[in-house]
Design a binder for this molecule. Structure first.
Ligand code: G3I
Length: 451
């Protein structure tokens, strides 16, 4: 949709959006029984990353629409998606997410304008002066298209190196434009959409450490010199190697004390069960303890589509069942659906057996490949599972191990051989060898069902 058309269309749907927002407000007044309404009761938003390609899946959209009050396009606003060749902007997928969010009364976070990754190769080949122009044109192109429609933009993402140096990360922007590119990006962004909050966003900056100190010093410098910056995003991707830091709240607070908002922008915590739930509680409590922590975003709706799907880091499992972490977040937000409430589907102890299945290609050669399907039990122990795998029509399976297949055309239904019994959150899997017969496409794994 062109910029002009987008604004016209937005004006035309304004009544619809207002009606949706009213419905959401009425809902939140009734009972804070969803993440979005409970967070609203605390004066915060509760968002999720969204992929346009999943919006056609009914369970995905139902969960999204019911639970969340803000969305962040997971990949669709990145440079490679929006300006794949110079001055040719494509907004189809991003528009789809923004239109969906607006029709449901949800806010939108913009992610991200200037980042070293998912950057088309043409950007890296420009000389310094051309690169500076291209960076400003890109910011103006995106922010102009969505002017007035984005509550916060990640203007610059991940510009600092990991490790103890506190140095800037090498990138076309850093290497050719020097430290000043960040300031230049923020000044351009302010002029492009004065209503949007302008954020710097990074990972491994969640606790006090050399990297967060470097970001802190940059923000302090920006504030002292009047460079426009409104917020700092803390991605908060946690796992056993990178746990929730004990000084998380203090770190958020010291940034807030510089006069910026703080936001938790890409939260996910690998794990399962009560340990994962306890970690989520820590994060929510830290945000709520900091007045200027204005909202939280989890990095996806369901474990099955997470960028770290094998670590099951999100609040809903692959069957959109609430995990213990969901109940913990809702409770920490002051919501009414405490974990273990009778009748709360997906809560531990409710007796609902569930599982998820994920596929990876583990070996590949000219004429064939090996595939592995990993089955993970949900919040209850299970004694059996069933998964369907649909193969491209040309392909045929020559052997399968750790599972028992039955066939209908090119669909194989696999049940356990010896490995049906799984503890809550535990995994098993089966493998198979397939002949490509001219098709290298991946098989499709259907929903996992358990008993
Ligand atoms: O869409 C294509 C598909 O057509 C193709 O068949 C497939 C083959 O690999 O790739 C698909 O694109 C992938 C895309 O995700 C959509 O699934 C890309 O390869 C893959 O690189 C991309 O990963 C994204 C990653 O950023 C890239 O850096 C993740 O989805 C996204 O969650 C992740 O998000 C980042 C934040 O933007 C910044 N902070 C870290 C965070 C996690 O890495």
């Amino acid at each position: 949709m062109s910029m002009t058309l987008r604004r016209l269309s937005r004006a035309a749907t304004a009544g619809l959006v207002a009606a949706a927002a009213l419905t959401a407000a009425a809902h939140s007044a009734e009972a804070a029984d969803t993440l979005g309404s409970a967070a609203a009761g605390q004066g915060r938003y509760f968002g999720t990353a969204v992929a346009a390609s999943h919006l056609g899946e009914a369970d995905y959209t139902a969960t999204l629409d019911r639970e969340f009050s803000s969305v962040t396009p997971e990949n669709e606003m990145k440079w490679d998606a929006t300006e794949p060749s110079r001055a040719t902007f494509t907004f189809t997928s991003a528009d789809r997410i923004v239109d969906h969010a607006q029709s449901k009364g949800m806010d939108v976070r913009g992610h991200t304008l200037v980042w070293h990754s998912q950057l088309p190769s043409w950007v890296g080949s420009l000389g310094a002066s051309d690169l500076s122009t291209a960076m400003k044109d890109h910011i103006n192109g995106l922010m102009g298209h969505y002017k007035g429609e984005i509550h916060s933009w990640d203007v610059v993402n991940e510009a600092f190196q990991d490790g103890g140096s506190g140095a800037r990360r090498s990138s076309p922007f850093q290497d050719k434009l020097g430290d000043g590119f960040i300031e230049e990006a923020f000044r351009t962004a302010r002029a492009a959409d004065p209503a949007a909050k302008l954020c710097y966003n990074d990972y491994n900056t969640d606790g006090v450490n050399a990297k967060s100190n470097a970001v802190y010093n940059m923000v302090k410098d920006f504030k002292s010199r009047g460079v426009p910056i409104d917020c700092v995003g803390f991605q908060s991707h946690f796992n056993s190697n990178s746990p929730v830091p004990s000084d998380y709240r203090q770190n958020l607070q010291r940034f807030a004390d510089l006069g910026v908002d703080v936001q938790i922008t890409e939260l996910d915590i690998e794990g399962s069960g009560s340990a994962q739930a306890a970690d989520y509680t820590k994060v929510v409590e830290a945000c709520l303890a900091v007045d200027r922590c204005t909202g939280m975003t989890v990095w996806g709706v369901t474990d099955k589509y997470s960028w770290r799907s094998s670590g099951t880091p999100l609040l809903f499992d692959g069957n959109y069942q609430e995990k213990p972490a969901y109940g913990a977040v809702l409770a920490a937000l002051g919501g009414s659906g405490d974990p273990g409430d009778p009748g709360d589907p997906g809560d531990p102890g409710d007796g609902t057996a569930s599982c998820t299945a994920t596929y990876t290609r583990t070996a590949d050669w000219d004429s064939g490949y090996n595939g592995q399907v990993t089955i993970t039990a949900g919040d209850e122990p299970i004694s059996a599972w069933t998964v369907t795998v649909t193969l491209p029509a040309q392909q045929s399976v020559s052997s399968l191990w750790n599972g028992t297949p039955t066939w209908s055309g090119n669909v194989m239904t696999v049940k356990p051989s010896w490995n049906g019994t799984l503890a809550a959150g535990a995994s098993t899997g089966f493998g198979f060898t397939a002949a490509k017969n001219g098709s290298d496409a991946a098989p499709t794994v259907g929903t996992c069902t358990a008993s």
